[in-house]
Ligand binder design. Structure first.
Ligand SMILES: [Zn+2]
Length: 233
C-alpha cells in the first residue's frame, strides 16, 4: 500500500516538474495545446505499460489520438474502439490509422496457452484465440516462445487491419480523402517499430521507393521501405 502511494505521489511530482520544464522551454506550449487538437495519427495499440505510443514515437501531446486495449484487438462490435475510430476519422480527420501490436504481449501469451485466465479476460481474448486456431500449424512449428508470441502478434495485427479496412467510416475516408491504414509491430527489446505492410499499402510494395513523413510538433515519423522511424527536428 505504501509503495503504491509513493509511486502515485512520485508521479504527481514528476508531472509538476514536467509541466514546469515544458512551459519554461516553450511558454506557448500549453496555451497552444489548450486551444484545440488536430492530430494526424490515430493509434490503436496495446494497454501494456511498455508501449506508450506518444513516447515511443518521440511525439508530443496533441500529436496522436489513441485507443489502447489488452492485446490491441479490433473488434467490430466493441463500441469503445468503434467510437474512437469514428471520432478520429470522421471528425478529427486523421491522415493515418496505425494498428500496432508488440513483442512479449501478455495477451498473446495467454492466447497461446491452453489454460483459462479467468473473469472476462478469456472472453476478451477470444478473437486472438481464434487467430491461434486458424494458424495452429504454423504457430506450433515455432519452437521459440518469444518468436511464437511475435508471430501471433503479427497475425493479430493482420486480422485487426482487415476489420479496420471493412469499417464503413474508414472505407469512406480512404475513398474520399486518401486515409492510410497501417499495421505495425513494436519490438520492446530494441524500441523499434516495424511496418508490416498491411492496410492501404498492401500489395503496393511497401519496401519500394517513397516515404511518408508525418510531422508532429517536435518530431517526425517517417514510413519508409516497410519501416517506421522517428527523428527529432
Ligand atoms: Zn500487449
Amino acid at each position: 500500500m505504501a509503495a503504491q502511494e509513493d509511486s502515485f505521489l512520485y508521479a504527481l511530482s514528476s508531472n509538476n516538474a514536467w509541466a514546469g520544464y515544458k512551459a519554461h522551454q516553450n511558454p506557448n506550449f500549453f496555451p497552444k495545446l489548450a486551444s484545440g487538437q488536430s492530430p494526424q495519427i490515430l493509434w490503436l495499440g496495446c494497454s501494456d505499460s511498455r508501449c506508450p505510443e506518444t513516447t515511443i514515437l518521440g511525439l508530443q501531446p496533441g500529436d496522436v489520438f489513441v485507443h489502447r486495449n489488452i492485446a490491441n484487438i479490433v473488434s467490430p462490435t466493441d463500441i469503445n474502439t468503434s467510437a474512437v475510430i469514428e471520432y478520429a476519422v470522421a471528425h478529427l480527420k486523421v491522415k493515418h490509422v496505425v494498428l500496432c501490436g508488440h513483442s512479449a504481449c501478455g495477451g498473446a501469451a495467454a492466447a497461446l496457452g491452453d489454460g483459462r485466465v479467468g473473469g472476462v479476460l478469456d472472453t476478451w481474448l477470444t478473437p486472438l484465440k481464434a487467430v491461434r486456431l486458424a494458424n495452429k500449424e504454423e504457430l506450433d512449428g515455432i519452437k521459440d516462445a518469444g518468436a511464437r508470441a511475435v508471430r501471433i502478434a503479427e497475425l493479430n495485427v493482420e486480422a485487426g487491419v482487415k476489420v479496420l479496412m471493412a469499417n464503413v467510416v474508414v472505407q469512406e475516408a480512404v475513398r474520399e480523402r486518401g486515409l492510410e491504414v497501417h499495421g505495425c509491430l513494436f519490438d520492446i527489446g530494441s524500441g523499434r517499430i516495424r511496418d508490416l505492410g498491411f492496410g492501404t499499402r498492401a500489395g503496393k510494395g511497401v519496401s519500394v521507393g517513397g516515404e511518408e513523413v508525418v510531422r508532429g510538433r517536435h518530431a517526425q515519423l517517417v514510413f519508409r521501405g516497410g519501416n517506421a522511424s522517428m527523428s527529432v527536428r
